[in-house]
Write a protein that binds this ligand. Sequence first.
Ligand code: KE4
Length: 425
Amino acid sequence: MERARELLPGGVSSPVRSFRAVGGTPPFFSRGQGPHLFDLDGNRYLDMVLAYGPLILGHRHPEVVRALTEQLERGTAFGGPTEAEVELASEIRRRMPSVEMLRLVNSGTEATMSAVRLARAATGRELLLKFEGCYHGHSDALLAQAGSGLATLSLPGSPGVPRGTVADTLVLPYNRPEAVEAAFRQAGERIAAVVVEPVPGNMGVVLPGDGFLQLLRQLTSRHGSLLIFDEVITGFRLGAGGAQALLGVTPDLTCLGKVIGGGLPVGAFGGRRDLMSQLAPEGPVYQAGTLSGNPLAVAAGLATLRALSADGVYPGLERLGAELERGLTAAAAERGLPLQVNRVGSMLTFYLAETPVRDLPGSRASDHRGFSLLHRALLSRGVFWPPSGYESAFLSSSHREEDLELLLEAFGAGLGELAESRGRA
Ligand code: KE4
């Protein structure tokens, strides 16, 4: 870590991996296998992070390894179209019919950044509406934070983001229908698009309130705005058709990533043909990428989607998820500690909070110091939980019952330490 810090800011390639939120020094991992990660000292961890979502099949699934090995025999990048890209687009459309056409990119950030540009071009409007607590990658227009009032202009979410760039990004509180209705009353004809994580995973997991997504669909349709679902986490995680199939709301554009790359860098954005056909070279909206649709990442993505369609995979993930939720809740109840668990399928977050968490303020109000203590307790007992209370934990099809038993035992011990520390306080 000392050497890493000298060469990489914070010693990491992405901030959350630094353990800044929970304290301590992150293990350096050397390999993964199934539901397990191994660090440089050979310690084994049950992996509940799964690279923040992509590894829904666990580490080194045989079909993904085979697809990559075979592709390596043929080469890694060709600078021209390949059949596999067409195959991946076809497999995605078969599962997610709203994605009539798509463009492959190299990250979720590229996917959402490009989808926003396309939406603004297609509508000829500039106002973008997003929600507090939803994260869509780090492109400037999406690094905005709520202004003071309801519809006051947003503030840059990071130094280096010009005020002008977020001047057209409106940030509303999540799960507040009246706020969205007011924004559309005030500026509906100027709103190019609403971008939302259908099931947010970046304030921790939060569930959309009844009718909330349906309201977004109605308001965008009524005002000639576009609805963009950021399914970078939920796409093919929450079922074969993603969150849009599970929740029954069809967006105009969808952003994908993580699972569709099977652990290699892939993103994608797609949707209505009349919109996507406006992208260069077919249309005037420029977007490009040297390694977009690269053969290795596409091979891993195709193998992942195909393995996911095997019988019983999603029901198995649901069963494990439900069992984990039950176990976490029971462990806290036994110790009289207030715990909320928000879960959809195999993505979940626990909050040390008295009342249900339905938005960013609720997540912020939960006990993050207690979370850090639990995180350390889990890690010391061989469970790698996401190192932030604002992340989602994930299960894979390689996790087994005995893995959950180990996890719940460690969690119970951690709760014991937490109760003690609170008793002392
Ligand atoms: P990437 O550019 O990191 O591939 O994707 C950005 C992105 C877009 N949309 C959603 C809903 C996302 O969750 C993400 C990335 N997620 C983060 C944290 N959950 C990845 C972890 C990290 O930043 O290191």
